[in-house]
Design a binder for this molecule. Structure first.
Ligand code: NAD
Length: 264
């Protein structure tokens, strides 16, 4: 408890799944969290749960990460109200599972606009505010995927976007490091984590879930808290010698599959 005491941290895609799990964990570590999402109704609903659990309101704000205008507004509000930013979790993302011949150009572009461009805009503006308001210090955690490390079958657009997030993180880590700034940028690569993103596409297909579970060396599916723990570590001072690194949170699935063909 208290690993993130008094740190001002922005989380995107916070109303459900991994983002919601991250907000819950960061609040339990005493961070001052700004929770954002493009689904305002669901964000309000999650906010009510956080109020019950932690006994206080937090800052919640509408943010469509593909919109630079939205990002500028949110960052300006943070600067006006909090004065600075210590951490950013670029978590919001979408998945589009289709083979090449069924994937339209529009769908491909939408996936890049949200997952990759959204992460780029957030990273750029967070580095800017950290430079000006926090002595060029801070931690940015970009949620990629094991699909961004190996590529996943029938998942070209998503894999490309997540591979982009992985390399963007490393390149910007080098760039700020070259200036001897202490803004750390790392990526997290979840395997199969039980969130609405997964359940909406695979439903209650017991056989499918059992097959996935069997392909995971640690023998269970992931939970949002598993990812939130890695994110907390990267945001905290415990990881202050880490930048440009990647943490894989998948129960060993990636090494076991070496190619990730579970959704065949
Ligand atoms: P989810 O679909 O359950 O939740 C995603 C959240 O992001 C939702 O609240 C949604 O409203 C929000 N969102 C989507 N597009 C947005 C946008 N343009 N602007 C703002 N908010 C937006 O997904 P999840 O499983 O919690 O995934 C979170 C992140 O983790 C994603 O980047 C995803 O690619 C990544 N990931 C998830 C898994 C998994 O197995 N669940 C595995 C690897 C990586």
């Amino acid at each position: 408890m208290g690993k993130l005491k008094n740190k001002v941290i922005l989380v995107t895609g916070a109303s459900r799944g991994i983002g919601k799990g991250c907000v819950t964990k960061l609040l339990s570590e005493k961070a001052s969290v700004i929770a954002t999402d493009r689904d305002e109704a669901l964000l309000e609903e999650s906010h009510r749960e956080w109020i019950v659990k932690f006994g206080k309101r937090i800052r919640i704000q509408f943010l469509d990460i593909a919109s630079e205008t939205d990002w500028i507004e949110v960052m300006s509000d943070i600067e006006a109200n909090e004065g600075l930013l210590h951490g950013l979790v670029n978590n919001a993302g979408i998945v589009n599972l289709k083979p090449l011949e069924e994937m339209s150009l529009e769908e491909f572009k939408e996936t890049q606009d949200v997952n990759l461009t959204g992460t780029f805009i957030g990273t750029k503006l967070a580095v800017d505010i950290m430079r000006r308001k926090n002595n060029a210090k801070g931690s940015i955690v970009n949620i990629s995927s094991i699909s961004g490390q190996t590529g996943t079958l029938n998942c070209g657009a998503y894999s490309a976007s997540k591979g982009g997030v992985r390399m963007l993180s490393k390149a910007i880590a080098l760039e700020v490091g070259a200036k001897r700034e202490f803004i750390r940028i790392n990526s997290v690569h979840p395997g199969v984590i039980m969130t609405p993103m997964q359940t909406e596409r695979a439903g209650n297909d017991e056989e499918l879930w059992e097959g996935i579970r069997k392909s995971i060396p640690l023998g269970r599916l992931g939970k949002p808290e598993d990812v939130a723990n890695a994110v907390t570590y990267l945001l905290s001072d415990l990881s202050d010698f880490m930048t440009g690194a990647e943490l894989t949170v998948d129960g060993g699935m990636r090494i076991a599959l070496s190619g990730g063909q579970y959704n065949d």
